[in-house]
Design a protein around this ligand. Structure first.
Ligand code: HEM
Length: 331
């Protein structure tokens, strides 16, 4: 073989590898521009409708995209109910059970999208679009959502239990879980800023209030006044399900108050406050910047949502376009 023929074959091989290898497939903001040009506004109007009766729903939908993407990539796997080949759902995993919410609104969005463009928009993309609509309707940034994900055929309950960070683990562990899906420290801090809206149940942070890890004392990194309020709302032996605002200063607004709260020791979850209170952590300077500059936070948040949305999507002919977000087709 001449060296010309050889390099020609090499080039063809490389081009085919880049364009056909599924793991290299790229999402695109114009994916539905001919098949469902209005998909963003259809999603947005259903979210807006839902917000009329439930001011928390924007936060809940944003969290669903996160919990979807961290488990088998952004493939709509969190939406699958038990049934057919699904014996262990992600919905029933520890981080989601009696906690993740908004599934009914996702179904309403899907119905509305199917009415405009049947059979073309995936449930995984609906979660990405609903997260963007939620953040921007809450007063946060807008961004061009990357699209073209397809829906997975399996759920991974044990993956949900191990890959989604829990609110009592160390900063090192949380950082490692983000790194495992290709997200860095800036992504971790920016995305944690989603705790600027929504609620958390007492059971997720009450270990901080009275007896932190057997010390007999509350978490020393909790502001004393805030501690007293939380102790009142989450008394010892009280219900673990009582709700608290993640950002007491503006509970339903997407702003940078979350970072200002961390500066004054008012992070609600242990994992929130750790980002700022862990000695020497690389996260501290990022928080100082976002607390001082909301525009910097908004820009970083939008970019990090795009990064998170890029976690292992199914593209091309992998997966499917589900017709019901709760079920694999034909099951
Ligand atoms: C860094 C690690 C994280 C941990 C340990 C964590 C943990 C939690 C916990 C325990 C709750 C309360 C759930 C409940 O009470 O039912 C919560 C709520 C929430 N999380 Fe996170 N989270 C993390 C990162 C993220 C990220 C990356 C996002 C989105 C980009 C996010 C968005 C939300 C939102 C919006 C809520 C409120 C949901 C609602 O009101 O329904 N979280 N998180």
């Amino acid at each position: 073989m001449s060296s010309f023929t050889y390099s020609l074959f090499t080039t063809i091989f490389l081009v085919l590898t880049i364009f056909l290898h599924p793991s290299n497939a790229q999402l695109s903001s114009t994916f539905y521009s001919s098949t469902c040009p209005n998909v963003s506004s259809v999603v947005r109007s259903v979210v807006q409708q839902a917000l009329q009766s439930d001011p928390r729903i924007a936060a809940s939908l944003t969290r669903l995209h996160f919990h979807d993407c961290f488990v088998n990539g952004c493939d709509g796997s969190i939406l699958l109910d038990v049934g057919g080949n699904i014996t262990l759902s992600e919905k029933n995993a520890g981080p989601n059970n009696n906690s993740a919410r908004g599934f009914d609104v996702v179904d309403n969005i899907k119905t509305s999208v199917e009415n405009s463009c049947p059979g073309v928009v995936s449930c995984a993309d609906i979660l990405a679009l609903a997260a963007e609509a939620s953040v921007s309707l809450g007063g946060g940034p807008s961004w061009n959502v990357q699209l073209g994900r397809r829906d997975g055929l399996i759920a991974n309950q044990s993956g949900a239990n191990t890959s989604i960070p829990n609110p009592t683990e160390s900063l090192a562990n949380v950082t490692a879980k983000f790194a495992a899906v290709g997200l860095n420290v800036t992504d971790l801090v920016a995305l944690s800023g989603a705790h600027t809206f929504g609620r958390a149940q007492c059971r997720f942070f009450n270990q901080r209030l009275f007896n932190l890890s057997g010390t007999g004392s509350p978490d020393p990194t909790l502001n004393a006044t805030y501690l007293a309020t939380l102790q009142q709302n989450c008394p010892q032996n009280g219900s673990g399900n009582t709700l608290n605002n993640l950002d007491p200063s503006s509970p339903d607004t997407f702003d940078n108050n979350y970072f200002q709260n961390l500066l004054s020791n008012q992070g609600l979850l242990q994992t929130d406050q750790e980002l700022f209170s862990t000695n020497g952590a690389a996260t501290i300077s990022v928080i100082n910047n976002f607390a001082a500059n909301q525009t910097a936070f908004f820009q970083a948040f939008a970019q990090s949502m795009i990064n998170m949305g890029n976690i292992s999507p199914l593209t091309g002919s992998r997966g499917e376009i589900r017709s019901d977000c709760k079920r694999v087709n034909g099951s």
